[in-house]
Design a protein around this ligand. Structure first.
Ligand SMILES: C[S@@+](CC[C@H](N)C(=O)[O-])C[C@H]1O[C@@H](n2cnc3c(N)ncnc32)[C@H](O)[C@@H]1O
Length: 219
């Protein structure tokens, strides 16, 4: 079965109106039979402890040999066989370090949690070093960067060029900035470029889709 068919079976909106599974499969099919470790931020269901888990069930079925880990800031009672759940925030460095200590480097990290710019950027800053070389970091629902009517001017901004009201970048400004990071300097001209402009992330590529950003770490 395709990832979209499995997603529809488990009822995740990644396979319906978001249309993410079609894009995910292009990146993930090569890993399908491998014993990878996949971490998804955001179990789903928000405050309802009996709700959510649809995408985790999809990953469990799509990757038969994988270690599948889901987190949510809310407590969850609807556990899934073969899926590890941990309660904690996507922006809590101690919590995330504990996951890394337990599972080692992740092959795939998916952020489908708060969709709030500050937390999304913080999660990336903490987790990207915990991604294995060649691994994928995917952020969903990046349109949240523009939705100040939901998140407030402190977290979002409809103007793609203006920072948030606290002067910090929106998540899309941050991810767009990573495109510079991919191209910043060539191997022979490093010394020509001021180091202060290099963020220090090891990046193979940054791909933008409708509401979805896919980042591959350099080998
Ligand atoms: C869109 S739902 C996830 C849906 C699920 N991944 C799926 O596709 O079926 C987002 C979840 O993120 C959780 N969340 C919100 N803020 C969070 C945070 N700071 N850290 C971790 N999870 C958070 C919410 O409680 C909610 O359950």
């Amino acid at each position: 079965m395709s990832l979209t068919d499995i997603g529809l079976k488990h009822g995740t909106d990644k396979a319906t109106h978001h249309g993410y599974t079609r894009i995910y499969e292009q990146y993930l099919k090569a890993l399908r039979a491998k014993p990878i470790t996949i971490l998804e931020l955001g179990w789903g269901g928000h405050e309802d402890p009996e709700s959510g888990g649809a995408s985790l069930a999809m990953w469990r079925e799509y990757f038969p040999k994988a270690t599948v880990v889901g987190i949510d800031v809310e407590p969850k009672a609807n556990r899934l066989e073969g899926v590890d759940f941990h309660q904690g925030s996507q922006a809590d460095p101690e919590f995330l370090k504990g996951l890394h200590d337990r599972y080692g480097d992740f092959d795939v990290i998916i952020d489908d949690a708060s969709h709030v710019s500050s937390l999304t950027i913080r999660a990336f800053e903490i987790l990207y070093p915990m991604l294995r070389p060649g691994g994928l970091y995917v952020c969903e629902d990046t349109h949240g960067a523009y939705h100040s009517h939901w998140y407030g001017a402190h977290e979002a901004n409809p103007d793609p060029d203006r920072p948030r009201s606290n002067g910090q970048p929106t998540m899309m400004q941050f991810f767009r900035r990573l495109a510079d990071e991919v191209n910043y300097h060539g191997p022979s001209d490093r010394e020509l470029f001021p180091k202060r402009y290099w963020l220090g992330y090891s990046l193979e590529s940054v791909h933008f889709y409708y509401n979805l950003t896919v980042i591959r770490k350099a080998e």
